[in-house]
Write a protein that binds this ligand. Structure first.
Ligand code: FAD
Length: 395
């Protein structure tokens, strides 16, 4: 029975362990994680855990019952594929099969690393440091109007903090959504009572203050930086395992890396998508749930289809449930479903009349049906897609 070692005890690592047992792998499974905490889920960190309405978000997984050997607080420093060994502070650990699930690390704002009062939001420790900041109702400057920036702003406004959001681009979510779709979402910031400054860049952070490049000074009891994340793969330097320019491990359509018996899954790995004709690097929860099933099936020797998911994620921001499925850059047509000034609306992206992506705001049924339609590629009538009273599946 082959010994499987999984590095990284986040969603993807934990799900790999669970999926291995589901697939009938009976050999030893060792799960190693750098964080000292019982493995936990990240999405609640910018929502209930941040607001203190949930204590934690530990996964409901009984590792002992699964026969998974869990080693926490252990950082893996290197891998030597030729020797089939990884290196930890406690010495080398041999593997027959290695699964890399080290996730991503948030980008820092240059010059502010280690500055007091400047926060990131990736780990449980980060969330715990931010809780008293919210409770203290400080003036907060949020850098970056992306998904994390929007969710953090939502929580901070709910806690009664004064929030100014500094965004370098001309709109929120500039890297994710086209301008006309992001426009109504920008208004949510003002509506919540936060101030959104676009085309704005931080020059430097002083105690209690953020200076912008245009000279403006913003009061800041705390600064929260949400400007994206990069695969946590520095430790693979020199291993010979191929990395892309984005820092992601270059995996194939079964999530195998360039080294024999080494897989990569979750936020740390990119994979080729035949569906979209591109290599994708997905930093969302659903990918860290689906990918491990492919990895476990391949390790267990089960025949399976290539890993080519319809990407999916959700975000809870400004009292709205935002969901997205698919990949819109490959679309030729964009269709509004409903009025973006209303509480609920969707946007559909079509390619030759087949749905390729869908953004749903407060319309979970659109999302559920849309996801299946993207999967099946069924042609739709764009006129009916534009009518929010017609179920998507009937369009
Ligand atoms: P991670 O969760 O990053 O886990 C990787 C683990 O590996 C970490 O614990 C890390 O400490 C460990 N590790 C790293 N290097 C080493 C090493 N060398 N040795 C040992 N261990 C190591 N997605 C959504 O779809 N919807 C949401 O609403 C949503 N909300 C989010 C809110 C927040 C605050 C954050 C941070 C993310 C959110 N996401 C959301 C994204 C989602 O949580 C991630 O896509 C998911 O956590 C990825 O799982 P992962 O296991 O690949 O990586």
């Amino acid at each position: 029975q082959r010994r499987v070692v999984i590095v990284g005890a986040g969603m993807a690592g934990v799900q790999t362990a669970v999926a291995l047992r589901e697939q009938g792998h009976t050999g030893p499974v060792l799960l190693i994680g750098a964080e000292p905490h019982q493995p936990y889920d990240r999405p609640p960190l910018s929502k209930a855990v941040l607001l203190g309405t949930a204590e934690g978000s530990a996964f409901d997984v009984d590792f002992e019952a699964l026969g998974v050997d869990l080693r926490l607080g252990v950082e893996v420093a290197a891998v030597r594929p030729d020797a089939h060994e990884i290196d930890t502070e406690a010495g080398p650990v041999p593997y027959d099969v290695l699964v890399i699930a080290t996730g991503a690390r948030p980008l820092t704002l240059p010059g502010t690393e280690g500055v007091r009062g400047v926060h990131l939001l990736r780990t449980l420790d980060d969330a715990e440091r931010l809780r008293p900041v919210l409770a203290g109702k400080h003036d907060i400057v949020v850098v970056g109007a992306g998904w994390i920036g929007a969710e953090f702003t939502t929580a901070a406004r709910e806690a009664g903090c004064a929030v100014t959001v500094v965004e370098a681009a001309e709109r929120p979510l500039a890297g994710s959504l086209p301008a006309e779709v992001a426009a109504p979402m920008a208004e949510w910031y003002e509506e919540s009572g936060a101030k959104l400054l676009t085309h704005a860049r931080v020059a430097h952070v002083e105690p209690g203050e953020v200076a912008l490049e245009d000279g403006r000074l913003l009061p800041a009891g705390a600064v929260v930086v949400g400007i994206g994340a990069r695969p946590a793969t520095e430790w693979l330097a020199g291993s010979g395992i191929a990395l892309g320019r984005d820092g992601a491990i270059v995996a194939d359509d079964r999530l195998r890396t360039s080294a024999p018996d080494v897989y990569a899954v979750g936020d740390c790995a990119s994979f080729p998508s035949a569906r979209y004709g591109e290599r994708l690097l997905v930093h969302h929860w659903d990918n860290a749930l689906q990918g491990p099933r492919t990895v476990a099936a391949d390790i267990a020797g089960e025949a399976q289809r290539p890993y080519d998911p319809v990407p999916y994620f959700w975000s809870e921001q400004f009292g709205r449930f935002v969901q997205y499925a698919g990949y819109h850059p490959v679309a030729d047509t964009m269709v509004w479903r409903g009025d973006p000034a209303a509480a609920a609306w969707s946007v559909a992206w079509l390619r030759q009349d087949a749905l390729v992506a869908l953004l749903a705001v407060g319309r979970p049924r659109d999302l559920a049906q849309g996801r299946k339609l993207i999967e099946s590629g069924t042609p739709l009538d764009p006129g009916l897609v534009a009518d929010p009273s017609v179920p998507l599946k009937s369009a």
